[in-house]
Design a protein around this ligand. Structure first.
Ligand code: HEM
Length: 197
């Protein structure tokens, strides 16, 4: 554990949501762009919605946890503009990738009059009555958010890798499971410290 460590619950929520998000992204894209070969009976679309819709519940738990368990401090080596960029980037990930994107999918299915079966277990209530006139706009919102947040998440992954490989600080290790997080002290040379986030 190092001074930049998140709590085990925060790590679990982060990696669970990250895995669901990435699988959902590729399922959504495959449903659209491989429709004839892989999605002739809408199986991929149904699986995409069943999985992606769980993010709407997990985000509530995640935000509640985050508000009651502040994130660990960023490394002192980061400049003020970089700190501001990190805070804004994380806010954008929460707001756009984890909230607006699933909400836009929910809206799209609602205006199309199509059901969303969360994990195949129960149905989400529609946000609106079916409305053909809003179909194109809802679709555009979901597709634009899907590609925009795809770029955002890619940037997030690259910045995390830069922290680890180039800066050698504890930022990425602070989000890794315990055994891996404790393996090497890194160039920042942090010593073990109590978990603070
Ligand atoms: C309640 C949650 C969601 C619902 C109801 C939903 C619904 C849909 C639907 C109906 C499609 C079109 C599939 C088809 O035409 O066969 C789609 C496409 C897509 N979705 Fe979602 N979605 C949700 C969440 C998400 C999330 C969280 C992501 C990202 C991780 C995502 C990424 C995509 C992508 C990349 C596409 C393809 C976009 C394109 O046309 O280029 N969706 N979604």
């Amino acid at each position: 554990m190092n001074a930049h460590s998140y709590t085990p619950t925060a790590k679990l929520l982060h990696w669970l949501m990250a895995s669901i998000w990435m699988v959902a992204w590729f399922l959504g894209a495959a449903a659209v762009y491989m429709r004839e070969a892989w999605n002739p009976h809408h199986g991929l679309t149904i699986t995409h919605k069943a999985l992606a819709s769980t993010l709407l519940f997990l985000i509530v738990v995640r935000v509640a946890w985050r508000l009651t368990h502040p994130a660990p401090a960023l490394p002192a080596s980061m400049s003020a503009p970089m700190r501001r960029a990190a805070v804004l980037g994380h806010l954008a990930l929460y707001a756009a990738a984890l909230l607006a994107l699933p909400l836009s999918g929910w809206l799209w299915s609602s205006v199309a009059g199509k059901p969303i079966l969360v994990l195949g277990l129960f149905q989400l209530p529609p946000l609106t009555a079916p409305a053909k006139e809003w179909y194109d706009l809802a679709k555009l919102a979901h597709v634009t958010l899907a590609w925009g947040t795809g770029a955002l998440v890619l940037g997030h992954v690259l910045v995390a890798l830069k922290h680890h490989v180039v800066d050698g600080d504890g930022v990425l290790r602070g989000m890794l499971p315990e055994a891996r997080a404790g393996r090497s002290p890194g160039r920042g040379g942090e010593t073990a410290a109590p978990e603070i986030g």
